[in-house]
Design a protein around this ligand. Structure first.
Ligand SMILES: Nc1ncnc2c1ncn2[C@@H]1O[C@H](COP(=O)(O)OP(=O)(O)OP(=O)(O)O)[C@@H](O)[C@H]1O
Ligand SMILES: [Mg+2]
Length: 243
């Protein structure tokens, strides 16, 4: 494997005096789908936000797409054209705006080398429901459709890397599986490198190349998805399986 597309080295971060991330190193390679699992409060969201400057970095180094972005704020990362998209946990869409307007909000970072309409037509292939509902307010969408809109918005500027924080949260099992399949498709068909935080630990590991287990802001285990799924202790503690 060559240089990772995203590399975090010995990250310490948190909120003011509260240190949440205690020395995490992690890599995402080109074309990989990597899952982060771990108990509530273990720092998964904090870590993801640290990568793009939404949480204060105390020490460590962050490199994305061959660039050192350590300590950079989100607007600086956007300004430098780092091709990364982020969908926060409990993803926010703008409920009072239409689907079209929400997608435009995602498009503002795009250098205008592709028209808004071309890009939305491409994304409608992946998210047909958004085409049907294009002129409606996002508040009229179901939970699953909103998650799709949040993901589509992040995809508007054609990112090479995606950070997804629990995109299946609050979805019924069938919709959650559809969302995970869609994520797999982004990796396989669009060659997007994806760092995914998931509560549906077993299922997401099954679809992933590798995984990391976070516990109290540290990495408790890491490996290929097969290695993690085969490990008794991990199955018992983190995958909710007794055998
Ligand atoms: N804005 C904040 N200010 C202060 N502390 C915070 C803030 N956000 C999170 N924390 C604390 O940081 C710790 C890690 O939270 P984080 O949201 O990163 O965990 P998580 O692994 O994503 O959990 P979950 O699985 O519930 O989403 C928790 O103790 C939490 O209370
Ligand atoms: Mg979280």
């Amino acid at each position: 494997m060559g240089e990772p597309i995203l590399r975090a080295t010995n990250i310490y971060s948190g909120y003011g005096k509260l240190q949440v991330i205690n020395g995490i190193s992690l890599e995402l390679h080109q074309g990989e789908l990597v899952t982060i699992i771990g108990p509530n409060g273990s720092g998964k969201s904090t870590f993801i936000k640290t990568l793009i400057g939404l949480v204060e970095l105390f020490s460590g180094k962050v490199e994305i797409n061959g660039r050192d972005v350590t300590g950079k704020k989100p607007h600086e990362i956007i300004k430098e054209g780092i091709p990364i998209g982020y969908v926060p946990q409990l993803s926010n869409v703008f409920p009072s705006l239409t689907i079209e307007e929400n997608l435009k909000m995602g498009y503002y970072t795009k250098k205008w080398d592709q028209s808004f309409h071309e890009r939305t037509e491409e994304l409608f292939q992946l998210f047909p429901v958004l085409k049907e509902r294009y002129k409606q307010r996002a508040s009229l969408l179901s939970g699953g459709e909103r998650q799709q809109l949040a993901l589509a918005r992040a995809l508007m500027p054609t990112p090479k890397i995606l950070l997804l924080d629990e995109p299946t949260a609050a979805l019924a099992p069938k919709l959650a599986e559809e969302m995970l399949q869609l994520i797999l498709k982004l990796k396989r068909e669009l060659n997007i490198s994806i760092l995914l935080v998931e509560q549906r630990a077993k299922r997401s590991l099954e679809l992933s190349d590798r995984g990391y287990v976070f516990v109290t802001g540290r990495i408790a285990a890491e490996g290929t998805a097969d290695e993690l799924l085969a490990e008794d202790k991990i199955r018992r503690l983190y995958l909710g399986q007794r055998d």
